[in-house]
Design a protein around this ligand. Structure first.
Ligand SMILES: *[C@@H]1O[C@H](CO)[C@@H](O)[C@H](O)[C@H]1NC(C)=O
Ligand SMILES: *[C@@H]1O[C@H](CO)[C@@H](O)[C@H](O)[C@H]1NC(C)=O
Ligand SMILES: *[C@@H]1O[C@H](CO)[C@@H](O)[C@H](O)[C@H]1NC(C)=O
Ligand SMILES: *[C@@H]1O[C@H](CO)[C@@H](O)[C@H](O)[C@H]1NC(C)=O
Ligand SMILES: *[C@@H]1O[C@H](CO)[C@@H](O)[C@H](O)[C@H]1NC(C)=O
Ligand SMILES: *[C@@H]1O[C@H](CO)[C@@H](O)[C@H](O)[C@H]1NC(C)=O
Length: 370
């Protein structure tokens, strides 16, 4: 039961049932200070990169590794040190339910254990047994004493992360899980910690990926994050005045994982976002290729429709199709006007070129918020 609940909740957390918003990252190969990088990202994209979870971290590290290729020691991301402490889950879940024992948190410690179903703050350097969660097997009891950070690394390497408790139900399930292992009354690390770091885009992501012994605020001036290229992208706090390449993110294309006809897809996008996407440049095609891999169908509707009598393709915003990326045999030859109207889709695999399909085909589609 716990297993099914946890895996389905995890899926919901990573990817809401029908709309999959994943940060799209852009590596900018120019050396700038953190503040200059922030200004650049806010002008050209959405903001300096925010990372929500392990999945996004892996995408980020892949991109940075291939583009930076060891050129600089650090690459900026959007996290910076502020003054207010906030509690977070290691997994990136929002900390909504807080189940502190009375008089807790006592205020001086930055990590939390569960004991008899309630939470206590503890120094992160203490060693306790702990509980990980795993998409396939649910909760995992680890009967080894480790400090909080070591426990977090263990869970991330072998499972997904330290356990989160997001509601009363999960709290009860976790307590039962601990009792069933004859460990009631023991303190057990959970994924709760506090810090003063805040993302540039003000998002509440609590995802952290520190290198060992980081952050250390050496000299009291290390208020920004560098992803260390000599340590598999693990994070160091460094001075914001260093000059490094950086990663921006932009979240304006959304893959909708519902199988709809072209007209239904158009209606959905206009009701819930702005429109079906128009791909009028190689840059926009690159952004589409970035997100289309999230789709579950082999092709994905674009805002591209065919005016059969004029033998012409147009974008839904009324523009002509100037930039083109058709698959061979598609888009160029006149369509048979006696048959159903044709619309344009991008293939989600292979070379991700465009194809012409009858409009009643049921496909995932891409909405835009531009
Ligand atoms: C950024 O600075 C590093 C030295 O820190 C240098 O090797 C690299 O070429 C610079 N990159 C660019 C794009 O100027
Ligand atoms: C708690 O979880 C159980 C088992 O998954 C479920 O049947 C029940 O409806 C849940 N209760 C609440 C209040 O969510
Ligand atoms: C818990 O304790 C009971 C009674 O001593 C024992 O029968 C059971 O095997 C123990 N369970 C575990 C998981 O150790
Ligand atoms: C962050 O959390 C606060 C309080 O829970 C909420 O009001 C705010 O909208 C959240 N910010 C974002 C960007 O989600
Ligand atoms: C949409 O269609 C694809 C391919 O036929 C299928 O794998 C997927 O489960 C369908 N999605 C929904 C939400 O029905
Ligand atoms: C359109 O492209 C697809 C994918 O490459 C191909 O299978 C199909 O035959 C093409 N259509 C025509 C009419 O050539």
């Amino acid at each position: 039961m716990a297993q099914t609940l946890y895996s389905s909740l995890l899926l919901i957390a990573l990817c809401s049932i029908s709309e999959c918003v994943q940060h799209q990252y852009y590596y900018i190969n120019v050396n700038k200070t953190w503040t200059e990088a922030q200004r650049y990202c806010r002008e050209k994209y959405t903001d300096l990169a925010t990372i929500d979870n392990m999945n996004e971290l892996n995408n980020m590290n892949k991109l940075v590794k291939s583009e930076n290729n060891g050129a600089t020691e650090y690459v900026w991301t959007g996290l910076q040190r502020m003054s207010v402490y906030k509690w977070h889950w290691s997994s990136g879940d929002p900390a909504l339910l807080l189940n502190w024992a009375s008089g807790q948190p006592a205020g001086s410690d930055d990590c939390a254990v569960m004991r008899n179903g309630q939470w206590f703050d503890e120094p992160c350097s203490k060693t306790w047994i702990f509980i990980c969660y795993n998409t396939n097997t649910g909760l995992v009891f680890v009967d080894q004493l480790m400090n909080w950070r070591a426990a977090q690394s263990y869970c991330r390497q072998n499972h997904i992360d330290l356990v989160s408790v997001r509601n009363q139900n999960e709290s009860q399930q976790l307590e039962k899980f601990i009792n069933d292992r004859n460990s009631s009354g023991s303190a057990v690390w959970i994924g709760l910690f506090r810090d003063t770091w805040q993302w540039s885009d003000q998002s509440n992501s609590s995802f952290r990926y520190w290198n060992t012994a980081e952050p250390n605020n050496a000299g009291g001036i290390q208020n920004c994050i560098g992803m260390n290229q000599n340590a598999q992208g693990r994070w160091h706090d460094i001075s914001c005045t260093g000059s490094f390449p950086f990663v921006c993110h932009e979240d304006k294309l959304i893959v909708i994982q519902q199988n709809l006809s072209w007209s239904e897809a158009l209606r959905y996008c206009r009701q819930n976002h702005v429109d079906l996407v128009s791909v009028q440049s190689v840059e926009m095609q690159r952004r589409v290729m970035n997100v289309v891999k999230l789709a579950s169908t082999e092709a994905v509707w674009l805002g591209l429709h065919n005016y059969c009598s004029m033998n012409m393709w147009l974008w839904v915003n009324g523009d002509m199709v100037c930039y083109q990326n058709w698959a061979p045999g598609n888009g160029s030859t006149p369509e048979n006007c006696k048959l159903e109207n044709r619309k344009g889709a991008v293939q989600s695999g292979g070379d991700q070129t465009w194809i012409s399909l009858p409009e009643s085909h049921r496909l995932n589609f891409i909405c835009t918020n531009y």
